[in-house]
Design a protein around this ligand. Structure first.
Ligand SMILES: NC(=O)c1ccc[n+]([C@@H]2O[C@H](COP(=O)([O-])OP(=O)(O)OC[C@H]3O[C@@H](n4cnc5c(N)ncnc54)[C@H](O)[C@@H]3O)[C@@H](O)[C@H]2O)c1
Length: 419
């Protein structure tokens, strides 16, 4: 078996952390039971480009139980947990191509190693596999049953491809399931982003002006958790509805150009480019911390900041690059502008990934079962599947809910009742 990981000797440590995460992933365990029985992915070669974390390792176990033949590469150069990569290779016998800190050239070499297996299905986090497949390997498209996509940014890219008529296989947008973005993007990103910022800096949040870029699913969670730690949260937005929501949630809202003069810490999670741009850095306070939790590292214009400095940055701590501008200010970029929750912390807690990855596993099954009727489009997981995942999660948490009585069901479906 070929693979490219840092060190297979780390496998035992990886396994013990994977098992730790598994305790918080009961929904995946349930799906594994049915997958092992039904083998819905029998004969499917599956290429995954995902963050190589303990939670992903648990998903891979379930997909393998379902019959898939899997190869994995990393969806981010900094997020790979090398011990997990080792355990996937040693214990699950899954070829992994991922080494933490890999450069761009290695990243794409690894991604291409996955595509060399000629997958029938891909599981993407950011749409890099789908994009490379379409741009560089059109001859492999014919064999594709479909793909799934984990994150907002990837879904946006894939929808753009579909709108251009460029998408050549069906994709399930796992991100768009309610049981994904309501919980993973909001509570997962909210908590783990603050965890990443704190691990990287050990700064106190209380009393600081924390500027949050965006008020979408992820940034709402970040604003909520930063406020919970005592930060004075300022939100920047481009969408009036979301901006209004932030105002009514009790946050100050203003343009980034105004926020840069007062912010102590900036955390962007928009999926957009240059949300913190060169002209913002020109006005930023000395000592400011700047982090990103959006998918790509383009939200913060780091080359623009470098252009304001004579020298390369210093690294006073891991995950902190301190730039000194020509006018003597010190600006700190965390985690090289990459997803801070995965770079400096461990990504989302297993409990939320349990639901996100349930959507991935059931999305894969949905693609196989419906391959004859699906077109070259981006699909949302059917509402019943979302309900099934939420029901399994509640069961696992020991929480029971009411069911509609016959009278209530009739009332809610009728137009006859009035005052
Ligand atoms: N860190 C993680 O682990 C993690 C997890 C899930 C998603 N993501 C990524 O986070 C990003 C956001 O995802 P989401 O689900 O919150 O998306 P979303 O669409 O719900 O929210 C994005 C928000 O950013 C706003 N925005 C866009 N450009 C802006 C700008 N220039 N200034 C201010 N606001 C702007 C939009 O109006 C929108 O409200 C995506 O890149 C997604 O892939 C990261």
């Amino acid at each position: 078996m070929e693979y490219d990981i840092k060190n297979p000797d780390l496998a035992e440590q990886g396994l013990s952390r994977i098992e730790w995460a598994r305790q918080e992933m009961p929904v995946l365990d349930k799906i594994e039971e049915t997958f092992a029985k039904d083998r819905p992915l029998e004969g499917i070669r599956l290429g995954a480009c995902m963050h190589v974390t303990t939670e992903t390792a648990n998903l891979m176990r379930v997909l393998k139980a379902g019959g898939a033949e899997i190869t994995v590469s990393a969806s981010n150069p900094l997020s790979t947990q090398d011990d997990v990569a080792a355990s996937l290779v040693v214990h699950q016998e899954i070829p992994v191509y991922a080494i933490t800190g890999e450069d761009d050239e290695t990243y794409y070499r690894h991604l291409n190693a996955v595509l060399d297996t000629e997958p029938h299905m891909i599981m993407d986090d950011g749409a890099d596999l789908a994009s490379t497949l379409h741009k560089e390997r059109p001859n492999q498209l014919e064999a594709m049953v479909g793909g799934t996509e984990e994150t907002t940014t990837g879904v946006i890219r894939l929808k753009a491809m579909a709108a251009d008529g460029a998408l050549k296989f069906p994709v399930v947008a796992a991100n768009d399931a309610q049981t994904k973005h309501l919980f993973d993007n909001r509570y997962g990103t909210g908590q783990s982003t603050m965890d990443g910022v704190i691990r990287a800096t050990n700064y106190l949040i209380a009393g600081k002006n924390i500027v949050v870029g965006g008020y979408g699913w992820c940034s709402r969670g970040i604003a909520m958790r930063a406020a919970g730690l005592g930060g004075n949260v300022i939100v920047t937005e481009v969408d009036p509805l979301r901006a209004l929501e932030a105002v009514m949630d009790g946050f100050r809202v203003m343009p980034m150009a105004d926020a840069v003069g007062i912010g102590d810490m900036f955390i962007s999670a928009t999926g957009d480019i240059a949300v913190v741009d060169t002209h913002h850095f020109e006005k930023m306070k000395s000592g400011a911390l700047v982090a990103n939790s959006g998918h790509f590292d383009v939200e913060i214009n780091i080359p623009g900041l470098r252009g304001l400095c004579d020298a390369d940055p210093q690294r006073p701590r891991p995950f902190v690059d301190q730039y000194t501008t020509r006018d003597g200010r010190k600006i700190n970029i965390l985690g090289e502008g990459r997803l801070i929750n995965l770079a400096a912390a461990e990504g989302h807690p297993a409990s939320v990934m349990d639901m996100s990855f349930a959507g991935q596993a059931l999305g894969a099954r949905y693609l196989v079962e419906n391959q004859d009727i699906l077109g070259d489009e981006v699909y949302v997981i059917p509402a019943e599947v979302d309900q099934e995942i939420a029901g399994l999660k509640l069961d696992a948490m020991g929480i029971r809910i009411d069911t509609l009585t016959a009278q209530q069901a009739e009332y809610l479906s009728s137009w006859q009742h009035g005052t």
